[in-house]
Design a protein around this ligand. Structure first.
Ligand SMILES: Nc1ncnc2c1ncn2[C@@H]1O[C@H](COP(=O)(O)OP(=O)(O)OP(=O)(O)O)[C@@H](O)[C@H]1O
Length: 272
């Protein structure tokens, strides 16, 4: 296994105040790292820093290295070569990530058009295969459909297809399965895990769902107030949490109370 992502002393400052403080971790290829912590602890800010998508006016310090590429100083032009190709992303709200005016097949195909030299026919075949892999069979969803014709879960599947299209080295998934039903969530995670095993893809998943984290992550990093309070293998963090905050999170989760104080309930988008 090779070391893929190195984050060293990453700090992020919004125009008003510091948000992340000296966050450091590494992620190896083929491994799943879960970032967890309560609402407002900085998980999404971390995901945005790793994808070069922080809002204007935010400043970062420290290093984010994807193998030999330093990401923290990349120009927007260079980012376009990395996002969608070496780095796949799936975020929480599929409707904002998809273009409402373009058919879903076209949007999946765009990823191939942008990053590969595949012919039109090959892109068509790849798009169909990917749609099947994420559970969007032709019988249920046409690739000619528009995002608004899909349910929230189907839109998340489209986003996952786009993220996986170019076989990225790293997938960053921010609460992407939170709004999915248990069966769909399990199917999507199985697909992601298979990519880790067969292609060595690494996954940084952000989730407040400790059950999901325990089932799927190899390592866990716990965040509080923009800092990492604990990190380690999933077994060590769950079986012998050292930090009182981690202990409290696990206790709340055990008693089914985690969701209430940690994060608002997910918003479901009903099928149209
Ligand atoms: N665009 C922004 N401008 C200013 N502050 C922001 C912005 N986005 C996030 N923050 C602040 O940064 C802190 C961390 O927010 P972030 O969304 O990263 O937390 P989170 O752990 O992902 O929370 P959640 O689980 O609710 O998504 C919060 O205090 C938030 O108010």
């Amino acid at each position: 296994m090779r070391s893929l992502l190195h984050v060293l002393n990453l700090s992020v400052q919004s125009p008003n105040r510091p948000i992340l403080h000296d966050v450091s971790f590494t992620l190896e290829s083929g491994q799943v790292l879960a970032i967890t912590g309560e609402s407002g602890s900085g998980k999404s800010t971390l995901a945005l820093s790793l994808t070069g998508l922080l809002p204007p006016g935010f400043q970062t310090n420290g290093s984010i290295r994807l193998e030999k590429t330093e990401l923290s100083t990349l120009s927007e032009r260079d980012w376009c070569q990395i996002r969608g190709k070496r780095l796949g992303m799936v975020f929480q709200e599929p409707m904002t990530a998809l273009n409402p005016t373009r058919r879903i097949g076209t949007q999946i195909g765009d990823t191939f058009r942008l990053h590969t030299t595949l012919s039109r026919r090959e892109i068509d075949t790849e798009t169909r295969t990917l749609m099947e892999q994420v559970g969007l069979s032709e019988a249920d969803v046409s690739k000619r459909a528009y995002p608004h014709q899909l349910s929230g879960g189907q839109r998340q599947r489209v986003l996952l297809a786009m993220a996986l299209a170019c076989q990225p080295e790293l997938l960053i998934a921010d609460e992407f399965s939170t709004a999915l039903d248990a069966r769909t969530q399990a199917a999507m995670m199985a697909l992601v895990t298979r990519r880790c095993e067969t292609q060595g893809m690494a996954v940084l998943m952000i989730s407040h769902d400790l059950g999901l984290v325990r089932r799927h992550a190899d390592h866990v990093l716990v965040m509080k107030d923009g800092a990492c309070v604990e990190q380690g293998t999933t077994a060590s963090v769950f079986n012998a949490p050292r930090h009182p905050y981690t202990q409290a999170l696990l206790t709340m989760s055990l008693h089914g109370a985690a969701r209430t104080p940690l994060t608002p309930l997910p918003v479901f988008t009903a099928p149209l």
